[in-house]
Design a protein around this ligand. Sequence first.
Ligand code: 5GP
Length: 123
Amino acid sequence: MSNTEATLFTRIINREIPADIRYEDDLCIVINDIAPQAPVHMLVIPKQPIPRLVDASKADRSVLGHLMWVAAEVARDAGVDEAFRLIVNNGEGAGQTVFHLHLHVLAGLKAAPMFVEADLGEP
Ligand code: 5GP
């Protein structure tokens, strides 16, 4: 994808692709994940299409903080503020599939360990 091509999430922000929008302000949008991995699975997405967290610059610090604040707000609105998990997949090796930064807000299931031990092929 060239740098000028709109990301999937930019197309959702621009209403070119439909989504269940739960929150929006001048800096970000929150949508329900299309393939939820928990009863509550929302994505907090900055309108600025930063590809990965590591691509954020010093000037992006305030928007990054804003995303965290919005995550807590929408968790409260969804009634899951006592138990939710925030995940950011950074890079393909970490499972990132959409290269437009987003925070996953997951709730409604008993939280599992963060990592499953890899099978290293030992006997
Ligand atoms: P990642 O794997 O990049 O951390 O997360 C991308 C997320 O975007 C996935 O959980 C995936 O289900 C979600 N997703 C992919 N395409 C769409 C879409 O068209 N609409 C919505 N609402 N979510 C999407």
